[in-house]
Design a protein around this ligand. Structure first.
Ligand code: SAM
Length: 204
C-alpha cells in the first residue's frame, strides 16, 4: 500500500478506536513512541497488547525495512479486527498474532523462538508489567530496548496526589515496575513524561 493509503488507514483506525473506546497509544505519547522506534529501528519486535493493531502497524512502518512483529492479545474480537486492518495495509505476512493471556503465552515462548527480540513494547494489563518484564528476560537479544506505556498512569505514579481507591493497585504495581527496571543490573531506564508516561529501558 502507498504512503497515502497507509496514512488514511491509520486515520481510520484512530477513528474506530475513538468511536469504540479502544485505548490505542494517544497522540502525545505517540510522538515519543515513534521517536524511540525511529532511533532504534528494531528488526525483531515483540508487542504485548495488540488491541486493533495500530501500534503494531507503527512499529512495522518505523522499524527496520525487514522488521517483523510478534504481538499478543487477549481479546479474540480485537485480534480479528487487527488482522483485517493489517490485511488492508498488506503487511500480514510480517506479523504473528498470538491470542490469549500474555502472561501464559510469554511463559511458553522460550524454546520456541528462532531469533531473540531486539525490541519489546509492553502495553497490555497495567498490573502485570513486572511479570511481563521478568518473563521476557530469556527472549531478549544482547542489544535490546523495552518500551512500556502508561507507566505514569494519569500522573499518580510519581505525582504527589493520592490516587483514587480504584486505581491504587495499578499505581502500586506500576511503581513496582519502575523500581524493577531501575534496579535490574545491566539495564538503564529513562522515563519520558509525554502522553501517559513511557519507560524506555535499554540494555547497557
Ligand atoms: N498497543 C495498542 C496500541 O497502542 O495500538 C493498545 C493496546 S491496549 C492499551 C491494551 C490491550 O491489551 C487491550 O486490547 C487488551 O485487550 C489487551 N490485554 C489486556 N490484558 C491482557 C492480557 N492479560 N493478555 C493479553 N492482552 C491483554
Amino acid at each position: 500500500m502507498e504512503q497515502a493509503g497507509i496514512e488514511a488507514l491509520l486515520r481510520e483506525m484512530e477513528s474506530y478506536a475513538a468511536a469504540h473506546h479502544v485505548p490505542i497509544i494517544n497522540e502525545r505519547g505517540r510522538q515519543a513512541f515513534l521517536a524511540v522506534v525511529q532511533e532504534e529501528r528494531p528488526r525483531r519486535i515483540l508487542e504485548i497488547g495488540t488491541a486493533i493493531g495500530y501500534s503494531t502497524l507503527l512499529l512495522l512502518l518505523h522499524g527496520a525495512a525487514d522488521a517483523r512483529v510478534t504481538t499478543l492479545e487477549l481479546s479474540g474480537e480485537r485480534a480479528e479486527l487487527a488482522r483485517s486492518f493489517w490485511a488492508c495495509a498488506g503487511v500480514s505476512d510480517r506479523i504473528t498474532l498470538l491470542t490469549g493471556d500474555a502472561g501464559r503465552i510469554l511463559a511458553e515462548l522460550p524454546g520456541k523462538l528462532a531469533e531473540l527480540y531486539d525490541f519489546v513494547f509492553i502495553d497490555a494489563a497495567k498490573g502485570q508489567y513486572v511479570d511481563y518484564f521478568e518473563k521476557i528476560q530469556p527472549l531478549l537479544a544482547p542489544h535490546c530496548t523495552v518500551l512500556a506505556d502508561n507507566v505514569l498512569f494519569r500522573g499518580y505514579v510519581l505525582g504527589e496526589e493520592k490516587a483514587p481507591r480504584r486505581y491504587r493497585t495499578i499505581v502500586k504495581r506500576l511503581r513496582a515496575y519502575i523500581e524493577l527496571v531501575n534496579h535490574t543490573p545491566g539495564f538503564v531506564t529513562e522515563i519520558l513524561e509525554r502522553g501517559d508516561g513511557l519507560a524506555v529501558t535499554r540494555r547497557k
